[in-house]
Design a protein. Sequence first.
Length: 263
Amino acid sequence: MRDVADAAAVPPELRRVRLGSSWDGPVHGLLALLFVALQLMPIVVISLYLVRLHPYAVAALLAAGATAIFAQARRSLGPTEVLLGLDGLSVLSGGRPRFVPWREIRAARLVRFDVVLALRSGEQLRIPVSAPDPARDRALIDGIRAEIARAPTTPPPTVAALQRGGRDLEQWRDALRLLATRATAYRGAPVDLDDLERAVAARDVPAEQRVGAAIALAALSDDGRTRVRLAAASSADLPLRDALADIAAERWVPATIRRAVRG
């Protein structure tokens, strides 16, 4: 469990970094209310001039619209957070979180107070900082640079044997559980306990194979489920984190598994 132990060594203040201040809540709340008022104007006009509804119906329509718009605006305008894990980082800033594996980041720097990641694809990913803090921001940059400077982990030689291979989830799950209980060859490649433990915790193993290793490990023993739980806690890939947590708790949730393996 060397990789999981390494993850635990990451300073706690760098595990989840809020790039804002205590004033962000009230300020962004007011901005969200202003946004709601502007968005509701067309609804009010349409209600008054085009539709003759009962006042209660109009009030219900406006309330539903205001609630939905406010929730979206609050998410979009809220401060950014960065979650650092064993396998990469996630940017939480309105909408859906974005996960970036360490292997895809080439460099990190501060540009006009914002954090900018140069990805190997050529993209420049800008992470907005609403309340600059030189010490915090420098520590975040240093933490990212330390992670991308680490040598890639070597996947277990039999990790490819854990792939789903086009099967439906239930067939894949059953085959992996059979692998774990019999500890025999799988698609002609022997997979042992050490390989499963390394695969579920390795930072450079694809999510599908980490989920496969977790399913096999969780079928073995309480110790195996504990190892899966530790791997979940150390991941910044939120769909993968949820899937591993469910597997460790012996819950089978196909929708969560699909999100984790992206298919």
